[in-house]
Write a protein that binds this ligand. Structure first.
Ligand code: HEC
Length: 146
């Protein structure tokens, strides 16, 4: 719905989102939510130091830079909390990175109170790469206790 309203922008997604009516959006979302989670890709090339920084941002944040831990909203291991805080574990590293970059560049602005926008602005490009690589390597099913 967010792509349809133009609040999230993607030249690739827009034409497809526009083809769906609201019921179809719900159907497709329900379908994907039932699928088994596959391991994320794109985090394999990350070195130890990068992953350590990613883990720090994810679980503890960086108070010197006023960065709250991702875990405080996205839950342990990025498994997601309720319907407002999406799971981010084992998404493709490139996707996570692109989303954070889009918020930083103010190209994505659909989130409540610009929560993600204000966080992404405090992340350096290296931070974005680090935290994306770390989350891509987390196992969403395990984090959810399945
Ligand atoms: C204050 C709460 C909060 C914190 C802290 C937070 N997030 Fe988020 N995040 C959200 C909300 C709310 C959304 C859903 C936005 C929307 O509606 O698209 C979101 C969405 C996302 C998405 C998009 C998921 C998708 O499927 O498109 C990514 C990626 C993400 N967050 C990564 C992070 C990372 C990495 C951190 C830590 C550096 C972080 N978030 C910290 C609240 C938070």
């Amino acid at each position: 719905m967010i792509f349809k309203e133009g609040r999230r922008q993607s030249a690739t997604m827009m034409p497809f989102a526009n083809m769906l009516d609201d019921q179809q959006v719900l159907d497709v979302a329900a379908y994907y939510s039932q699928l088994e989670v596959t391991p994320g890709q794109g985090g394999d090339k990350a070195d130890e130091a990068l992953l350590a920084r990613g883990e720090q941002l994810a679980n503890r944040g960086d108070w010197d830079a006023y960065i709250v831990s991702c875990k405080s909203c996205h839950g342990p291991g990025g498994m997601g909390v309720g319907s407002d805080f999406p799971g981010i574990a084992s998404q493709h590293a490139g996707y996570i990175q692109a989303q954070l970059q889009a918020w930083k560049d103010e190209e994505r602005s659909n989130d409540p109170q610009n929560l993600m926008g204000s966080i992404a602005k405090r992340l350096s490009d290296d931070d974005i790469q680090a935290v994306s690589a770390w989350y891509a390597r987390q196992n969403a099913s395990q984090a959810a206790g399945e």
